[in-house]
Design a protein around this ligand. Structure first.
Ligand code: NAI
Length: 335
């Protein structure tokens, strides 16, 4: 069956973003699926031309196309513009952040056979951006947890588990200390869990969860977390499978989805053709799944695995000497 081209908003972003996004476009094009890329600037690179890190046309484009592939965007520490990512996720209500973490062949890691999924709430918690100075020397940062957002992220995690043959959901929290906020999150998770017979449910305090993960990640299946814990734990999990260059991600809402790697703009290696594009390429595979192109998604993953096993075109972070464009070309050529 032939369909018209699929229009995707493409946000190259900052730092290594344009390099790794170009690599992903190369690979996705090699699947034979017809894409039309609507390129939009966001992040620090957009400020010069548009006067803002998140021009309204970016949001318009994603709203129209309902699907986007994004490179990392820079967020200044302490001062400067607000995070483009947080804004995109909030404005487009991309409430679920999905980060599958799977060991890949040919990657040196202390861990084998890791196969877990991090589901992170994306719209509230301490990322609400509600901070103010109470009196000089004292600031307040508000952690917002709602029944609505907690229930829908829990439902997302369980639906994902059911749809992907996963056996257990672990809700990660600190309700021993934050009894009201994390307590509400847990209440919602428990209520939702009752609707999913056959899928196990457990709860774990976040500090213990980090230790258990490091000791034995194979005891986990789907991790369900609020925004901040999810952010931290997904980087930790990326470390099991070869680091940030290998960890894909998706931000999913009721009315659209945005695919991007877990990693940031890596200013230390930007513009040098050194960045590992695999995380963005695998994010592209998640996008193909989202578009119903499961066969193409699987072919991309197979091509990635094959290049990793062969080991001749690996980037520096994987112990090789190949550049971003070379590994992308090697993956594309296997499609
Ligand atoms: P980072 O992820 O950019 O870099 C951390 C370390 O990992 C660096 O040593 C970097 O060279 C390495 N690294 C990251 N991605 C890599 C890749 N694909 N290949 C090889 N090495 C890679 O994190 P950092 O330094 O904390 O943040 C830099 C900027 O990125 C900040 O402005 C931050 O706000 C932003 N950021 C953006 C994200 C997004 O747009 N989704 C996510 C995380 C951070």
């Amino acid at each position: 069956m032939s369909r018209g081209p699929c229009t995707v908003t493409l946000i190259p972003g900052d730092g290594i973003g344009p390099e790794v996004v170009a690599a992903a476009v190369r690979v996705l094009t090699a699947t034979g699926i017809a894409f039309e890329w609507e390129t939009e600037q966001a992040g620090s690179t957009a400020i010069g031309e548009h006067g803002t890190a998140l021009p309204p046309r970016v949001l318009d484009s994603v709203r129209r196309n309902k699907v986007a592939l994004k490179g990392p965007t820079e967020t200044p520490v302490g001062t400067g513009h607000r995070s483009v990512n947080v804004e995109l996720r909030k404005q487009l209500d991309l409430y679920a952040n999905l980060r599958p973490v799977q060991s890949l062949p040919g990657i040196k890691s202390r861990y084998d056979g890791v196969d877990l999924v991090v589901v992170r709430e994306n719209t509230e918690d301490l990322y609400s951006g509600l901070e103010h100075v109470v009196v000089p020397g004292v600031v307040e940062s508000l952690k917002i947890i709602t029944e609505k957002a907690s229930t829908r992220i829990a439902r997302f995690a369980f639906d994902y588990a059911r749809g992907h043959g996963r056996k257990k959901v672990t809700a990660v929290h600190k309700a021993n200390i934050m009894k009201l906020s994390d307590g509400l999150f847990l209440d919602c998770c428990r209520k939702v869990a009752k609707d999913y017979e056959g899928i196990g449910y457990e709860e774990m305090i976040v500090d213990n969860a980090c230790m258990q993960l490091v000791l034995d990640p194979s005891r986990f299946d789907v991790l369900l977390l609020e925004n901040l814990y999810g952010d931290i734990v997904s980087d930790l999990c990326a470390g099991f499978v070869g680091g940030l260059g290998m960890a894909p991600g998706a931000n999913i809402g009721a009315d659209g989805a945005l695919f991007e790697a877990v990693h940031g703009s890596a200013p230390d290696i930007a513009g040098k053709n050194l960045a590992n594009p695999v995380a963005v390429i695998l994010s592209g595979a998640l996008m193909l799944d989202h578009l119903g192109e499961h066969d193409a998604a699987e072919r991309v993953r197979r091509a990635v695995r094959s290049v990793l096993v062969e080991g001749r075109k690996l980037t520096r972070d994987l112990g090789g000497t190949a550049g971003t464009s070379e590994i992308a070309e090697a993956i594309a050529s296997r499609l």
